[in-house]
Design a protein around this ligand. Structure first.
Ligand code: ZN
Length: 441
């Protein structure tokens, strides 16, 4: 702690890379002055605000064999992520009561290597008592409109979605929605199959479009701040753009796997690519990039949702039976940065999508910018280095990832949390002590 300064030839300040000297006092940025006396970042690395990943399933307690606070946050630190926000489901219990939140916090305490916030859940059982969780510091409430994949986190029906919006709007909270329509999916063929194309047909674009239309109508009625998680289908973009043009308080995220991977390249039986909604075709991927560049999509977060190998191989490669969730927390930023380079999109845009904007939408105070008053959280990223993703080398508890084998241009060389290095690529080390904090709204 105390006072220090970071001199950088290329720091992202006010949306532009420029020479800057960043003064840090007790972990907080206290001044940023333009001009640098040297380059502490080393080897031409850019100094960017730490990545803020607001969509991470840590799964502890209850499914710690799938992931856990220690492994997830080490992976985060290695991937340039200085803040994660944990999803309320897949842990046992789900974070739907103040007691469950307290238990989760007690398990996370002392284990986290990056700062960690929490979403609560809105399920049929806890409607009417959401404000208690809000008062305990969750950043908002996740709900599903379709089966979530776990029995203890049921979806909200039509009237329940309205009830949740009315209630959450009453305390100016944030609702975040998994938007796929159960009726469309129920009427889509879902034969046992190892072919990714069959899996995509079982979760069609229309399911997202129909569900998002329903959410937009509800937002129009209640005015509640609402965020769409993991948009996959570009076919819903017109609807979203119209809703925003109308002035509705609707935001939307997409994920690295939808921006980097495409359905046409997935080998048969490759369950590490299974997620809901699914990865779609290359034309869809291009349209998502256009929507990011145009500002229709606000941000990019990992939706890191691993499971054990047994869950992933359930059904022997049948994509209907395997657990749906992508392992990608450690790789997400590097993968999107690599694709951005290939597409001629500047790293300053990537940083806005993966740090500034998710912090703003989720209301994570003091994160997402290099400016006085913000936490001294940085990712140092070298545009000239490259590396190949080796699944076995990742810090996630369960290694299989669809990013394995990709060679990415650019590399995270150091991650800094409140002024302290929490990952250094030159030694491949994370420090022995975990210095992350648990965040409250
Ligand atoms: Zn998720």
């Amino acid at each position: 702690m105390g006072r220090s300064a970071l001199s950088a030839a290329n720091a992202l300040v006010d949306g532009e890379l420029r020479p800057a000297t960043i003064t840090i006092t007790d972990g907080t940025i206290t001044a940023v002055t333009l001009g640098a006396s040297g380059d502490d970042a080393g080897a031409g690395a850019y100094v960017l605000p730490g990545v803020v990943d607001t969509h991470v399933h840590v799964n502890e307690p209850g499914r710690t064999a799938w992931e856990g606070f220690a492994t997830a946050t080490e992976a985060a630190a290695r991937g340039g992520v200085t803040t994660i926000v944990d999803m309320p489901l897949n842990s046992v219990p789900a974070t739907t009561t103040p007691e469950a939140l307290a238990l989760k916090r007690s398990r996370a305490e002392g284990q986290v290597r990056v700062d960690t916030g929490f979403w609560g859940g809105a399920v049929p059982d806890n409607l009417g008592s959401l404000e208690g969780l809000w008062d305990e510091g969750v950043l908002g409430f996740k709900c599903f409109l379709i089966d979530s994949g776990v029995a203890d986190f049921p979806p909200l029906g039509r009237d329940q979605l309205h009830a949740a919006m009315r209630e959450i709007g009453g305390f100016d909270g944030l609702l975040i929605v998994h938007a796929e329509d159960p009726d469309v999916i129920a009427s889509s063929p879902a034969p046992p199959s190892r072919a990714y194309a069959d899996f995509v047909s079982s979760r069609p674009d229309e399911a997202e479009v129909a569900a998002i239309a329903r959410v937009v109508d509800a937002v129009r009625e209640h005015g509640t701040r609402t965020h769409l998680v993991h948009l996959s289908s570009a076919r819903a973009l017109g609807l979203i753009a119209d809703a925003r043009a109308e002035g509705l308080p609707l935001t939307v995220e997409t994920c690295p796997h939808y921006l980097v991977l495409d359905a046409g390249s997935v080998p048969d039986g490759a369950t590490e690519f299974k997620c809901c909604p699914p990865i779609r075709d290359r034309g869809n991927q291009d349209a998502l990039w256009d929507a990011l560049v145009d500002g229709v999509i606000d941000c990019v977060v990992s939706d890191h949702s691993p499971s054990t190998a047994a869950e992933k191989s359930r059904g022997g490669g049948d994509l209907q039976q395997a657990w749906g969730g992508i392992t990608g927390l450690q790789v997400g930023f590097a993968a999107v940065a690599d694709s951005a380079v290939r597409r001629g999109v500047g790293i300053e845009r990537v940083s806005a999508w993966m740090s500034t904007t998710p912090a703003r939408i989720a209301g994570v105070a003091g994160k997402g910018a290099i400016a006085a008053g913000y936490d001294a959280d940085f990712v140092l990223w070298s545009p000239t280095d490259s590396y190949e993703v080796h699944a076995e080398a990742l810090a996630h508890r369960n290694k299989p990832t669809p990013y394995a084998g990709l060679t990415l241009q650019g590399r995270v060389t150091r991650t800094v949390l409140r002024g302290e290095t929490v990952f250094d690529a030159t030694t491949d080390a994370v420090p022995a002590t975990a210095t992350g904090r648990l965040l409250r709204r």
